[in-house]
Design a protein around this ligand. Structure first.
Ligand code: GAP
Length: 445
């Protein structure tokens, strides 16, 4: 985490951007603090009606790029509750720890590597010696709480791919280079969850393990660095807010021969969105050793047998959604009126279109519903009849809806509607029987 000279967001007039986005997220139903009626619960969050749409779009965009548009990557969905044997083999039981210190004065707890010798709460330098704190959530499978029933909530989705390596290899007949992708929840008992959904104890990951011949690992590592940077840029993160940072040797995880982070310029400075690592053959070898199973690839053509190396692009879905919100947030003036607008890529916006009858008039609403029915198969739509049309445009701009489709009194005569563009506010008239095609065309990339 490094501060940029000039402070965060020197080019934006919102020093309080984070507050504005958190506020908007709550006010408009993207993200709510969890258990709010009971005073909240330890940095956990619930995704509301718009948040669930947007988060799904982030994950779908990732899946489309990483699985659907390729013929060398397949998906899985592994169990969240998992055997301690997995975490023993992967090294998580021994190594997945953060250094924890207590302040003897105010009794707050901190990650020793994130503070500089004094308590950020009270300033005291009377801190305990750091001790290793394992971040995995432990639970018991079944009614008896004893050593034999210990299970862990997975702290990463990655191990699901390694332990299923042979299952996937034999059922799909893929051969290296090929990948296994997974999107799902992970859990870490973070000492200091912070910055809204940037670091939480329950979060979603989008990870892919790409198995390659060992001598091709470096080439594929660089290939995935380029692919992943292009994914964020293609979905609207501006170039100036995205960078790649290669890890120093002393920063590397226990399994890594090389890692680079995709970093986003958050309001507090540059911080990680995704880690891309060359995990070597560490995981497959570790699981082979602990399970006694052979986890290798046998090339029948050449008679060669080897343990593939793994290149892993590992992203956070919830964290990435937050970055897309921060990057999209803007306030501008339209016709002398201020508005808040999310310039979200249409593929990420919760709604791709909103159908708005000009008024609640008895004749307009049925026609508007007919238009809604035509659009729903091609776009996720909102339907809003209350308040002035200007106010409704503002409400849609604020949640990033790229197109508003307005049904007015003329529509009853000419069977045409007005399509308004969120970013330019330009309006064009489109016949009702062509509006679905028009919208599908605009949304197709
Ligand atoms: N399998 C490798 C792995 O899990 P990681 O860097 O620990 O690597 C990958 O996690 C990504 O998951 C991070 O870049 C981040 O986007 C997301 N992530 C990790 N911990 C998180 C947390 N506590 N809250 C939200 N997202 C998190």
């Amino acid at each position: 985490m490094n501060e940029q000279p000039g402070g965060p967001y020197p080019d934006l007039p919102y020093p309080d951007l984070m507050d504005r986005v958190v506020n908007l997220a709550k006010r408009r139903g993207f993200i709510f603090p969890s258990a709010e009626i009971y005073g909240g619960f330890r940095s956990t969050y619930d995704y509301g009606p718009l948040g669930v749409l947007m988060l799904r779009n982030v994950k779908d965009a990732w899946w489309r790029a990483m699985v659907q548009l390729r013929d060398d990557v397949v998906g899985i969905d592994a169990a969240i509750l998992s055997s301690p044997k997995i975490w023993e083999a992967s090294g998580h039981l021994a190594n997945f720890t953060d250094p924890l210190v207590d302040c003897r004065h105010c009794h707050e707890r901190w990650r020793a590597d994130k503070i500089e010798g004094s308590c950020p709460n009270c300033g005291s330098t009377d801190l305990t010696e750091p001790r290793a704190f394992n971040l995995m959530f432990k639970t018991y499978a079944g009614p008896v709480e004893e050593d034999a029933t210990v299970a862990y909530l997975r702290p990463e989705t990655a191990q699901g791919m390694f332990v299923n390596f042979m299952n996937v290899l034999t059922t799909t007949r893929k051969k290296p280079p090929f990948g296994i992708a997974q999107v799902g929840k992970s859990f870490r008992n973070e000492i200091t969850p912070q910055n809204f959904v940037f670091r939480t104890r329950e979060f979603e990951q989008m990870e892919m393990e790409y198995f390659v011949p060992p001598d091709e690992a470096d080439t594929w590592f660089h290939y995935w660095l380029d692919e992943r940077m292009a994914w964020y840029l293609g979905l609207g993160i501006p170039e100036g807010k995205l960078r790649l940072r290669h890890h120093e040797a002393d920063e590397l995880s226990h399994y890594s021969a090389g890692t680079a982070d995709v970093e986003f310029h958050f309001p507090w400075g540059w911080d990680e969105l995704e880690g891309i690592a060359n995990r070597t053959d560490f995981d497959l070898k570790a699981h082979a050793e602990h399970s006694g199973e052979r986890l290798e690839y046998f090339d029948q053509a050449s008679g060669e047998r080897y343990v593939p190396y793994v290149i892993e692009p590992a992203a956070g879905a919830t964290r990435t959604m937050m970055a897309f919100l921060l990057a999209a947030y803007d306030e501008d003036e339209i016709g002398g009126e201020r508005r808040t607008v999310l310039h979200l890529d249409p593929r990420l916006a919760p709604y791709q279109a909103a159908v708005l009858p000009l008024s609640k008039n008895d004749a307009l609403v049925p026609l508007s519903r007919e238009v809604l029915g035509l659009l729903q198969p091609v776009a996720v739509c909102d339907f809003d009849v209350t308040q002035s049309i200007g106010r409704r445009y503002r409400r849609q701009d604020e949640v990033g809806t790229p197109y508003c489709v307005t049904v007015d009194f003329e529509s009853l005569e000419d069977r045409a509607v007005t399509v308004r563009d969120r970013d330019t506010t330009e309006q064009v008239r489109v016949p009702i029987d062509r509006v679905a095609e028009e919208l599908a065309g605009r949304l197709r990339r």
